[in-house]
Write a protein that binds this ligand. Structure first.
Ligand code: PBG
Length: 338
């Protein structure tokens, strides 16, 4: 070194951010966030039948599975250390109707899957949704009457469905349908049925997003849905309203809060973590997954690196975990690293 004063020294003095970045070992020393297998919730799609594994075209690498194949996959997930899975059914079209009545059948696809999972893989948590969209002939999350998604009648049905799902063995009820007052109603219904230990992970802030497209294809609602969900999901323009919505869920008894979609809403993750201190989970939704996959398949980005970067971003934003279709890929790569 010459000891000559450089122009940079004059401006920045003796502070150089690079010193902590200079080697892999310094970077590891100062790393603030890490993704571990404990952060992962794996969303899965279920179809009727046996030995069925169907690819979903807009979600390369994600399949719809029959219950027997799902059980095998869940065993692998549990062996890798993934704490829980979230199940979403693709219900036979003949069972879908205006009110989504099949959600109340004790032996429907979602409940049969829960029973099979809890029997074969009791060490993995099962999270089930009570939204009506997989069960309705119109693809909306609630009961549709004269062009309106009716709130209170839907809440009544959703609360009944929660008890039936808990009876089947569901560990956490995760309502995604965004009706007003549902968290309190579900809590009361669960408690009334003796399910005090069944938790509620509220989709507290669910936005009317364009990133759900591939999911609707996966559960077969894409072609059914008329109109949009703007009368019951949150406007993507609104952050303060989202915090208010989450506050109601906290008051009504939610144990965990979810933000959905994920990456476009990191500000909401941060705000509701700061505001309530409850466990917060981001749902990295189907369109977010598809974006990364599509760019990677075109050779435009490094898919694995982009995937890990997004998961770290959720941790940095205060999330306690992430629902992600990448869960198995991440768990395998973490396991390989040791
Ligand atoms: C609806 C529901 C949606 C998702 C899960 N449940 C949104 C929708 O269809 O409007 C989206 C999940 C994803 O995109 O990965 N209850």
């Amino acid at each position: 070194m010459t000891g000559k004063t450089s122009i940079v020294d004059e401006i920045t003095g003796r502070r150089r951010m690079r010193r902590n970045r200079k080697a892999d070992w310094t970077r590891r020393m100062v790393r603030e966030n890490r993704v571990t297998v404990d952060d992962l919730i794996w969303p899965v799609f279920i179809v009727p039948g046996t030995n069925v594994v169907e690819p979903i075209s807009a979600m390369p690498g994600v399949n719809r599975m029959s219950i027997d194949r799902l059980v095998e996959a869940a065993k692998e997930a549990a062996d890798l250390g993934i704490p829980s899975i979230a199940t979403f059914p693709n219900i036979d079209m003949s069972l879908r109707d205006l009110t989504g009545s099949n959600i109340l059948a004790a032996d429907n696809l979602i409940n049969e899957a829960t029973r099979a999972l809890k029997k074969a893989v009791p060490q993995i948590g099962v999270i089930t949704d009570v939204a009506l969209d997989p069960f309705t002939s119109h693809g909306h999350d609630g009961i549709l009457r004269e062009g309106v998604i009716v709130n209170d009648e839907t809440v009544e049905q959703v609360a009944r469905a929660a008890v039936i799902q808990a009876d089947a063995g569901s560990d956490i009820i995760s309502p995604s349908e965004m009706m007003d007052g549902r968290i309190g109603a579900i809590r009361r219904a669960l408690d009334g049925a003796g399910h005090q230990d069944v938790g509620i992970m509220s989709y507290a802030t669910k936005f009317a997003s364009a990133f759900y497209g591939p999911y609707r294809d996966a559960i077969g609602t894409g072609g059914l849905l008329k109109g949009d969900k703007k009368t019951y999901y949150i406007d993507p323009a609104n952050g303060t309203e989202a915090v208010r919505d989450a506050a109601l869920d906290v008051e009504e008894g939610a144990d965990m809060l979810m933000v959905k979609p994920g990456l476009p809403y990191l500000d909401i993750c941060w705000r509701i973590k700061e505001a309530f201190g409850l466990p917060v989970f981001a749902y990295q939704v189907s369109g977010e997954y598809a974006q990364i996959k599509a760019a990677a398949m075109n050779g435009w980005i490094d898919g694995d690196a982009a995937m890990m970067e997004t998961l770290l971003a959720f941790k940095r934003a205060g999330c306690d975990g992430i629902l992600t279709y990448f869960a198995m890929d991440v768990a395998r790569s973490l396991a390989a690293r040791g």
